[in-house]
Design a protein around this ligand. Structure first.
Ligand SMILES: Nc1nc2c(ncn2[C@@H]2O[C@H](COP(=O)(O)OP(=O)(O)OP(=O)(O)O)[C@@H](O)[C@H]2O)c(=O)[nH]1
Ligand SMILES: [K+]
Ligand SMILES: [Mg+2]
Length: 445
């Protein structure tokens, strides 16, 4: 017998309203006990809620959602009460006294998944929509929630099933035709599929970057102005700025919104040779973050650079930005060596003075870059590592199938490729995967 669960669905704390939702076989009785009757299905009904001793809890807008036409597919209900802590506490206590259990994080959506209301990718999209901080994250989550991501996997899977039918015919009726001829008919569709899966795999980083943020590292020699840039972009004093080289030790991460996309900006320790243990650890962390980042801004003091800029520049890669800072101090040939080194590496350069409003040029440059990297006509086919892993496995299996001589062996690879794709919608998932997906939810969803 399934438990009947409940949870506050709104954030805890003082608020105008709080929503408490219920799901499970005991909902009807619980609503009747608290509200003195069950309202018409899916209609708002103002009810006085009372606990088991008859003490009033609140006047609540009460909804009764009989299953299966409910979010979870089970009988459900919602109480919209005043959002005070005491009201919500009293309601929670009354529901517990009736034998209902407080829901685990994601348990409502997990039940919706188990009852076929959503597939696993759609359930993930519910969590993503709740977590969305930028318009791009919300758009991507809504598209996935609408089932578009799942439909692409279903389409690929159907193509695999058709190829499988052809291969199985070659195995079952070897006399009717030469097996190779029959098997050859599966080759064209499998090759087309292989190209699509590869393209989706190449694009699979993009969806994760939209969800998690485009990673931008600020690197450079000590005192180049990295922390000054971080603070200017963040519009607050997130990092300490002083005239002392070696001020920043830890990596300081700040989220930014650029062109509607989430970015994660990291200030790092100035890179130089040092015997000082704390600074050396800072330099190690700076390098590690920079290597993993999607983009590095190599900040150079165009005026006062000594040899150290060269070492920091080694972290930069083609496509990165070289920011020649302190333009207000520059005279003559200042910065020309760094400029030449940047050109050599295929970096773009920007001359600014962070002292005098140069940050806006950097912000526009970054916005353009992030939008170019993350926007596309089509939403990505992978928004989590889990999806990319399925794509990779499917692509590898299809490649193996194409290389097999025996139709039996090719059929087995095609079957495994289909299975890898099915994991995305959760058709074949073990409980452990479900636990991982749903544990990232908040309580009440
Ligand atoms: N004149 C001038 N000074 C600047 C400019 N940008 C930063 N500074 C100064 O340069 C010094 C170092 O700036 P920081 O932002 O701390 O440099 P950093 O790269 O973070 O330094 P570390 O953390 O020590 O590696 C500070 O005194 C800043 O005020 C600029 O555009 N012009
Ligand atoms: K400094
Ligand atoms: Mg600093």
């Amino acid at each position: 017998m399934t438990d009947t669960i409940f949870a506050p669905a709104t954030a805890p704390g003082r608020a105008a309203l709080a929503v408490v939702r219920l799901s499970g076989p005991g909902v009807r009785d619980a609503v009747a006990a608290l509200a003195g009757g069950v309202p018409s299905p899916r209609r708002a009904s103002l009810r006085r809620l009372r606990d088991l001793d008859g003490a009033p809890i609140d006047e609540a807008l009460t909804f009764w959602f009989p299953g299966p036409a409910s979010y979870t597919g089970e009988d459900g209900a919602e109480f919209h009460v005043h959002g005070g802590l005491a009201v919500v506490d009293a309601l929670v206590e009354a529901l517990s006294a009736l034998g209902l259990r407080l829901a685990e994080p994601g348990e409502f959506t997990r039940r919706a998944f188990q009852n076929g209301k959503l597939d696993l990718a759609q359930a993930e999209a519910v969590a993503d929509l709740i977590d969305a901080e930028t318009s791009a994250q919300a758009r991507q989550a809504l598209d996935q929630l609408g089932g578009n991501l799942s439909r692409r996997y279903d389409g690929w899977r159907e193509a695999l099933v058709e190829a499988l039918a052809v291969l199985e015919a070659a195995v079952d009726f070897p006399d009717e035709d030469l097996p190779e001829d029959v098997a050859a008919r599966a080759r064209g569709p499998l090759e087309g599929l292989q190209r699509e899966l590869q393209a989706a795999l190449l694009d699979s980083e993009r969806g994760r970057r939209v969800r998690e943020g485009f990673r931008i590292a600020l690197v450079g020699a000590p005192n180049a102005g990295k922390s000054s840039l971080l603070n200017a972009l963040a519009e607050r004093d997130a990092a300490i700025v002083t005239a002392t080289p070696g001020t920043t030790r830890d990596v300081i991460e700040v989220p930014l919104v650029l062109g509607g996309y989430k970015a994660l900006l990291a200030d790092t320790a100035g890179v130089r040779e040092t015997d000082e243990a704390i600074e050396a650890e800072g330099v190690r962390r700076a390098r590690a973050w920079a290597e993993d980042a999607d983009l590095r801004i190599w900040v150079v003091d165009a005026h006062g650079s000594d040899g150290a800029w060269r070492e920091a520049g080694e972290l930069a890669r083609a496509g990165d930005l070289c920011l020649l800072n302190k333009a207000d101090l520059v005279t003559g040939l200042d910065g020309d060596r760094a400029r030449a080194a940047a050109a050599d590496k295929g970096l773009e350069t920007l001359d600014v003075s962070l002292k005098s409003g140069g940050v806006e040029a950097v912000r526009s440059w970054l916005t353009e870059r992030v939008v170019a990297a993350l926007s596309a006509a089509e939403f990505p086919a992978a928004t989590r590592l889990r999806h990319a892993e399925s794509l990779r496995e499917a692509a590898e299996r299809v490649a193996r199938a194409l290389a097999q001589r025996e139709p039996e062996l090719a059929a087995e690879d095609v079957r495994l490729a289909a299975r890898a794709l099915e994991r995305v919608s959760g058709r074949v998932d073990p409980e452990a995967v479900l636990d991982r997906v749903f544990s990232s939810f908040c309580i009440g969803k």
